[in-house]
Structure formats: structure tokens, C-alpha cells
Design a protein around this ligand. Structure first.
Ligand code: SPV
Ligand code: MG
Length: 554
């Protein structure tokens, strides 16, 4: 539906139409969010946003550009076009351009060019000849292509002190020239002027418009009952922002640290929401080549490890030193080298010891009584787009990550096909996460990773070793769609599964990542296995740790 049609529907509906003044995309968004019926592309606000007087100093192109930014919401925009930026010839171009931009309505006042804002005291104020302005209205109506496009004619007769009779004479002339609505403006402190204009108004097919800026205690209800259909709160967005900016900047200048204005500013996230960062992320994941930056790595580093006590008495496992760098730092180095710069870490046990630069942190303070799935969803903010999943206690070759990042599947997990050889030392982690594939080739003495990845049939510790094709390495990747499948699944489970076991876990709260993967597979999700052959370490026991020291270079 066109914006002009939307406005026509509002005009046909009973009750007042209340629109809010705005000056750019942001104020328009906030006006939409606040629930107004439409937007007033206010000349006063747009001029103020350029820090110039509201006096035809900005060009039509500048005003139109601002109106276009405001038109990026679902609301119809009523554009304040001053006096049409010149004579009737200028009005023709003005209507052509605004209509082509999808603006629902324009408003033209009977000020001569250049105009002066209605409220400036002590400025020279002259009105155009009534016939001349009526002809401008005719020009506008004759130019519009879509019959829904709305032309509002405004008289400044009361503002200029020319009296009620002149105001009515002008209003009638503009209605008779074809204006769809007539705006009567007043700078009186009480509403008597506009109310008596409405009482005397005798063009019932031409609804009235008012701008209650100076008669500011009169309610919309009163104005509507008096006969006004469209009511414009013209300039409150910019006036509130001037107040807020002044207070914030003066405080900052005085206090000289940014936290001094915490209570005066919105969190950054509010800005992200207003400008549509989530939408941008979706677009990135849909339209940029996969494996590019835009993937967030979510590293689980919340658990407490028994196998490495007393080493882990003071430090969580991911912070254990491996020749000058922690496991976590080594992971982040590889991630960064592969173009993944966005890293989130879920902490729990000894969380204050987890320190790495440029990562976002989430905390699972219930790490002792919950498990990986709970930890993962502590970082739920990070799961709205494509993400990489990593256990915080693995060290892996860069090639494995590169292979995973290139995977086109919505859900991919890295599996070590060497597992089937049974070379695992006895003292390695008690029960590995095994993976059974659909239609897998055997990984024998010589082995080439699959050209096309295999679908995972089962994953978990309960799979008999003889049926397994590999071991889950603790690395997975989800596209935006995969992430959506995962989060939807988890939220449904949360609602439906307060009690009872969950795959290999006693409950959802105690579920591991592989339990959730199995749930996705059971629900029909396509989980693909990326084959690797060794080239990774998990540090779970002293023996693992010793082996890592021996294998890793300085
Ligand atoms: C505007 O908002 O630019 C208007 C309304 O034209 S007023 O400022 O009251 O004249
Ligand atoms: Mg104006």
C-alpha cells in the first residue's frame, strides 16, 4: 500500500490523526516506535538540525533528502514544504519530486519567498496574495499523478496579524482551489483563535489541521471535538534532543570522564537496535560469501575441570599456560588469523581469571550445577547470526578451522576420523564424544577426507566404539539459519521440558552440546561432519597437558 493511501485511510477513519515532527531517519524511527499515526517532516526541525534558521535557507533538495530519510518507516510522511520553495512553477517541481519519493502529503503555507518561521518575533512578515497561493494549490493538485497524494494548504493570516476574516477568506479560497486539508496556524497562547476558526469553517469536505505548539495545554481531544482532523506535534523531537545533548555535553566537559553521563545516555545496544544491526547481520549471512568475517566465535570456558587439579585450583582450564600463551589465547590467535575477530567467551569457574583482550564475556554463575547448553545460551545474544562453537580446552590446527569456515552447511561439526584407528591412549579423557555418520567411507590405513561432507546420524558418548566413524573435536559452525534452528529448538525445549532426562543427560540443565546436537538431528536438522585427521588436542588430563607441552612450539 502506498503511503498516500495509508494517509487517506487515516483520513477516512473516525478520530484524530496525530503526527509527530521529525528531522531525520532516527527521529522518524523513534516517532514510529512511540506509536504516532504519521510523521511531520518539519521545516523547523530540519533547519535546526542544520543549525540554520527556518527561513527558506535550506533548498528543496535538502528538505526532500531529509523527508526521504524519514520515509524509511511504515508511517506516512507529511512534508512541510514551506511556501513551495518559490512560485507555482517551483511548486510543480516540488510535487513531482516529493510524490516520486513516496511522500504521502505536502503542506504549503501562504508566506512569500523567503519565508520566516511563524514564531520568530520582530522579523519582517509578508503574506503572498491569496489568489497567487490558491493558484499554487491548483498547480500542486494538477501535478500529482496519484489521486491519493494529499495537498495541505496553510494560511499564516493569524500569525501575520491579519485577522480572523482574512484567515477564513484565505482558508476558503485554498479549499475551493482543491486543497485536501487546510491548516490554520496560530501563535496565541490559548486556543481561542483556532477554535473560533473551526467554528466558522464552512467547507465540511476539507478537514482542518492545527499545530498546537504555543497553545500547548489544549488536548488533542478538545481540538478534535472542535473540528480538527490532523494535529501536528511539530518540534518536540528536536527540542528534547537539544536539551539532552546540552546536559550531557556540559556534564562531560565538567567531569572529564565518560561514565559521568551514564544516566543521561542510552546504552549502545539501543542505538544498534534503532539502526537495525540485527537486520544487517542477517543480510551479511545471506549475501556475503560464507567463511568471511561476520562469524562470531563462542567459546565455552565455564566448566570446572577435575582431571587437572591442583593445576586448576586457581586457574580455569582455558587459561592454563602452554609455553607462554594460554589455551584461550592460542584459540583466539588462530581465530583471528582466519579472519574471525569477533569472540565471545562464556565464563563460570574462576571467571575473574579469564582475561583476554577484545572478547565479550558472558557468565554462567551456575556452572557447578549446569552444563554446556546452559553456558552456551548465556551467550544467546551472540547466537542471532552465524557463529562458531568451540570448547575452551582444545588446541587445533588452523587448517581445521579453515575447513570448517568454508562449510556451506547450516550446521557443521568437525570430527576426527583418526579415532576409528583406536590409537587413543588409555589415560586420555574417559569417554570421548563419538560420531556415527550416514553412508561413511571407512577411515582405514590410508584416508582422504570426504569430498562432500557426510550427514551425522548420531553423536554422543553412548555410541559403541565399533559403530563410530570419528570423534567430535569440539568445533562446530552454524550459519544464521543453523543458529535459528538451534535457538528455536532450545526455546521450545525450555518450555516443554522442565523435567526429565534429555538424551544422555539427566535434564536439559545438565545437557551437553552433543545432547542438543542429537536433538536437532532427531528433529530432522541436517548436521554435516567435516572430516579432519588428527591435528588437535584436548587438554583434559595431566597426560594431555604434558603431551601438549611436548608438541607445541614456543
Ligand atoms: C514546522 O514544524 O516547520 C512548521 C510548524 O511549519 S511551525 O514551526 O509551528 O510553523
Ligand atoms: Mg515549517
Amino acid at each position: 500500500m502506498t503511503k498516500a493511501r495509508k494517509l487517506r485511510e487515516l483520513m477516512a477513519r473516525p478520530g484524530p490523526i496525530v503526527i509527530i515532527g521529525a528531522h531525520n531517519g532516527l527521529s522518524a524511527k523513534i516517532g514510529e516506535e512511540a506509536g504516532f499515526d504519521g510523521l511531520w517532516a518539519s521545516g523547523f526541525e530540519i533547519s535546526a538540525s542544520y543549525a540554520v534558521p527556518d527561513a527558506n535557507i535550506l533548498t528543496m533538495a535538502e528538505n526532500l533528502q531529509a523527508a526521504k530519510m524519514m520515509n524509511n518507516t511504515s508511517l506516512p510522511v507529511v512534508a512541510d514544504c514551506d511556501n513551495g520553495y518559490g512560485n507555482a512553477v517551483n511548486v510543480v517541481r516540488c510535487v513531482e519530486e516529493y510524490e516520486a519519493a513516496g511522500i504521502a502529503a505536502i503542506c504549503m503555507e501562504d508566506n512569500i519567498f523567503p519565508k520566516r518561521c511563524s514564531f520568530y518575533a520582530g522579523v519582517k512578515r509578508e503574506l503572498a496574495d491569496v489568489e497567487e497561493h490558491a493558484l499554487k494549490v491548483r498547480a500542486a493538485k494538477a501535478t500529482q499523478k496519484d489521486r491519493d497524494f494529499v495537498v495541505i494548504a496553510r494560511t499564516e493570516a493569524l500569525i501575520a496579524g491579519w485577522g480572523m476574516e482574512e484567515a477564513l477568506r484565505r482558508g476558503r479560497a485554498y479549499a475551493d482551489a482543491g486543497a485536501d486539508m487546510v491548516l490554520i496556524h496560530s501563535k496565541s497562547k490559548d486556543p481561542d483563535e483556532v477554535l473560533s476558526f473551526a467554528r466558522a469553517w464552512d467547507r465540511p469536505n476539507t478537514p482542518l489541521v492545527c499545530v498546537p505548539t504555543i497553545y500547548r495545554t489544549t488536548s488533542v481531544d478538545t481540538l478534535h471535538k472542535a473540528g480538527f482532523k490532523l494535529i501536528i506535534f511539530a518540534n518536540h523531537a528536536i527540542r528534547s534532543s537539544i536539551k539532552a545533548m546540552t546536559e550531557t555535553l556540559q556534564t562531560l566537559k565538567r567531569e572529564m570522564y565518560t561514565g559521568s553521563v551514564d544516566d543521561k545516555v542510552v546504552p549502545l545496544e539501543r542505538v544498534y537496535q534503532l539502526v537495525g544491526v540485527d537486520k544487517m547481520k542477517q543480510e551479511e549471512s545471506s549475501f556475503l560469501p560464507s567463511g568471511s568475517p561476520g562469524v562470531t566465535a563462542v567459546i565455552l570456558a565455564a566448566g570446572q575441570s577435575q582431571g587437572l587439579l591442583p593445576l586448576t585450583e586457581e586457574l580455569p582450564k582455558p587459561m592454563l599456560d602452554l609455553k607462554g600463551k594460554s589455551i584461550l589465547e592460542r584459540q583466539i590467535d588462530v581465530l583471528n588469523a582466519c579472519g574471525v575477530k569477533d569472540v565471545a567467551v562464556v565464563r563460570g569457574y574462576k571467571k575473574e581469571a579469564i582475561k583476554v583482550p577484545n572478547a565479550r564475556f558472558y557468565d554462567n554463575d551456575e556452572y557447578a550445577t549446569t552444563n554446556e547448553v546452559v553456558s552456551l545460551f548465556r551467550a544467546s545474544k551472540e547466537l542471532s547470526g552465524p557463529f562458531l562453537f568451540l570448547y575452551g580446552d582444545i588446541v587445533f590446527e588452523r587448517g581445521h578451522l579453515e575447513k570448517l569456515l568454508k562449510s556451506p552447511a547450516d550446521i557443521s561439526i568437525v570430527i576426527d576420523r583418526a579415532y576409528a584407528e583406536g590409537q587413543r591412549p588409555k589415560d586420555a579423557r574417559g569417554v570421548p564424544d563419538l560420531v556415527a555418520l550416514k553412508d561413511a567411507q571407512e577411515a582405514g590405513y590410508r584416508f582422504v577426507g570426504a569430498e562432500a561432507p557426510h550427514r551425522v546420524a548420531r553423536v554422543g558418548r553412548a555410541i559403541p566404539a565399533g559403530e563410530a566413524h570419528g570423534e567430535f573435536v569440539g568445533m562446530a559452525m552454524f550459519t544464521a539459519k543453523g543458529a535459528r534452528l538451534l535457538t528455536d529448538c532450545y526455546h521450545q525445549l525450555q518450555e516443554s521440558r522442565a523435567k526429565g532426562g534429555f538424551h544422555e543427560a539427566e535434564s536439559l540443565r545438565n545437557a551437553t552440546f552433543t545432547d542438543l546436537l542429537q536433538e536437532l538431528i532427531d528433529r530432522g536438522a541436517d548436521v554435516q561432519a567435516i572430516d579432519v585427521y588428527k591435528g588437535w588436542l584436548e587438554i583434559d588430563t595431566f597426560e594431555d597437558y604434558r603431551r601438549a607441552w611436548a608438541l607445541i612450539k614456543e
